[in-house]
Design a protein around this ligand. Structure first.
Ligand code: SF4
Ligand code: SF4
Length: 234
């Protein structure tokens, strides 16, 4: 279905609220580095892999933001920015814009404000976020099993059946698995928990997935207490 850019879809959201979110985007320190205007040349669209598969255009993002079209920016923040694959191929813009960078900021504002679009976009990643944030380590490819990711669709089973072949055909730098992946030192883990607490990452998680926040809170508070820190995530 074509993307509705008329603004009607979000007519119930007040202009003031849309403006507040846009001002948050503009207040980001990176904003001035990422946007200098737009020639409307379309080079970013030609380079963008997502534009080939979705009703999505980095040019629309750059133009809406450059024109300060508050209604359109709000629509794009809800319906379009999640189609970006964050590859930064659009950085070849002759005007030195980074549409992908602007999208990064828009996504962060969407997450911090708990927009429904952010909650929907991140819904399938709860397990990955839990694994990374609770253990401080990566998700290893051998976790691609249907039992671990039932919400990732039937192709996960197909991949898991031939995972060893896939990995040898497309050799990654290492062949780490959950057994052989690096172990995170306790001190490092505690530091990560403190960083995520102090920089507001846990607050962002709470906005988009309260259930996940509560599980992480239990894990982190207990480990921090054992390490002698009296930290509350409330
Ligand atoms: S970062 Fe996003 S907008 Fe830019 S080229 Fe990649 S997918 Fe397209
Ligand atoms: S490449 Fe740059 S100047 Fe050209 S349309 Fe995209 S954002 Fe605008």
């Amino acid at each position: 279905m074509a993307l509705d850019l008329s603004g009607k879809k979000y007519a119930q959201v007040s202009y003031e609220e849309k403006e507040r979110l846009f001002n948050e985007v503009k207040a980001d320190l990176r904003y001035e580095e990422y946007l200098y205007g737009c020639y409307e040349c379309g080079i970013c669209v030609a380079a963008c892999p997502s534009a080939r598969f979705y009703d999505f255009s980095p040019r629309k993002i750059a133009q809406a933001v450059a024109r300060e079209d508050i209604d359109l920016v709000y629509t794009l923040m809800n319906d379009s920015i999640w189609d970006c694959s964050q590859c930064f191929s659009c950085d070849r813009c002759p005007r030195k814009n980074s549409p992908g960078g602007i999208i990064t900021i828009m996504r962060e504002v969407a997450v911090k404000n708990g927009l429904a679009s952010a909650q929907a976009a991140l819904e399938g990643y709860g397990r990955v976020v839990y694994k990374i944030m609770s253990t401080g380590t990566q998700v290893s490819p051998d976790m691609l099993q249907p039992s671990a990711f039932p919400d990732w669709g039937p192709h996960v089973k197909e991949i898991s059946n031939n995972l060893d072949v896939w990995r040898r055909a497309l050799p990654p730098e290492t062949l780490h698995t959950t057994e052989t992946g690096w172990q995170v030192d306790d001190k490092t883990l505690i530091e990560l928990y403190l960083i995520w607490h102090m920089t507001g990452v846990m607050d962002m998680i709470k906005e988009v997935d309260e259930g996940l926040f509560m599980i992480l809170q239990d894990v982190m508070e207990e480990r921090l207490e054992e390490a002698g820190y009296d930290v509350s995530f409330e």
